[in-house]
Write a protein that binds this ligand. Structure first.
Ligand code: FO1
Length: 312
């Protein structure tokens, strides 16, 4: 397929790395052609509010309001409310900023009056001037649960933020709905290309794949992933250790390809990583994949789209 014939693209995404690629994809594609399906397995209730970290990371990144270096939260932020919670002896392990709180208040209020997560997500994105179509993977909760070696089962944020990913992971599973949000299956079915951001397979992409019909819809499509492993290390987060503990393998792009069990048509890997990505029936493009600027994201998105189009 020629790039000019690509009309609809779907990208599955987690938080930080995925959001950086999305920024480039949104720039590289004509308006209305990109649909993003975001992991909500990280969602949880904190201080009585519904927090959706990956949706917010995508929203803040696409709107240009995000904290570039940290990857999550807002760039211009203060933590006065958090300081007060600390003084009262409340839960202070999850850093909600003062401006960020506005997002959680609006979302929680809307959910309590019966609006769906999809509907409030659309309203919040539009409010920040983001017109890319972004769908949560589900309207109801489906929470990523981590079985650890020494500390039992922890909900994702307790393991990731409170325990700083120290407890060794034995198993990852998903508790809650399997019903995808409206538009999820349809957007995949209508897509010319499907992409996976450089997101952690176990805690960012797999939750989306467990939604009913998602894997089956993707099996009919050209699916290209951006490798979250570069030079034998995770670009961000605990993925390398998870591959070791969950698969008993070294962290390589090939381990990620095998994990998806035949779902990937192609993978984009870092220059030099091609020999570590050799798995039959999966085509490889080696290029610069680490995104240190908006220009890097745009260049990488363009190359990934051209590669995927050529495989379609
Ligand atoms: N990540 C942290 O490591 N520590 C935090 O205190 C923290 C607060 C936070 C607040 C709002 C938000 O949207 C995200 C936040 N994150 C924080 C990031 C987030 O929990 C993780 O990066 C994702 O869930 C993993 O994709």
């Amino acid at each position: 397929m020629k790039m000019a014939d690509v009309k609809r693209v779907v990208c599955l995404s987690g938080g930080v790395g995925g959001a950086r690629l999305l920024h480039g994809l949104a720039r590289a594609l004509p308006g209305n052609s990109l649909t993003v399906i975001v992991n909500t397995g990280d969602d949880f209730e904190h201080w009585g509010l519904h927090i959706a970290p990956d949706l917010d990371t995508v929203m803040y990144t696409l709107s240009g309001l995000g904290h570039e270096a940290r990857g999550w939260g807002l760039a211009e932020e203060s933590f006065g409310a958090l300081d007060m919670v600390k003084r009262y002896g409340g839960d202070d392990w999850f850093a909600l900023g003062d401006r960020d709180l506005g997002t959680h208040l609006m979302r929680t209020q809307a959910l309590r009056r019966g609006e769906t997560l999809s509907a409030v997500t659309e309203r919040l994105f539009t409010g920040l001037g983001v017109h890319t179509r972004v769908l949560p993977m589900a309207d109801e909760l489906c929470q990523t649960m981590i079985d650890t070696e020494n500390e039992g089962t922890l909900p994702f944020q307790q393991w990731f933020v409170k325990r700083r990913t120290i407890p060794v992971v034995k198993r990852v599973w998903y508790k809650g709905t399997r019903k995808p949000a409206p538009g999820v299956i349809e957007s995949i079915a209508q897509a010319d290309l499907c992409l996976f951001g450089p997101s952690n397979p176990y805690v960012s992409v797999d939750p989306i794949l467990t939604m009913e019909g998602v894997r089956e819809a993707l099996e009919k499509k050209t699916v290209v992933a951006l490798s979250p492993i570069v030079g034998g290390r995770a670009v961000k987060g605990p993925l390398a250790e998870m591959i070791r503990s969950l698969e008993g393998e070294d962290p390589t792009p090939a381990a990620i390809i095998r994990h998806y069990k035949g779902l990937l048509t192609g993978m984009v890997v870092e220059n030099g990583d091609e020999p570590f990505a050799a798995v039959s029936n999966c085509q490889i493009l080696g290029t610069q994949t680490v995104m240190n600027s908006r220009e890097d994201s745009f260049q990488l998105a363009t190359k990934m789209l051209e590669f995927a189009a050529q495989l379609a």
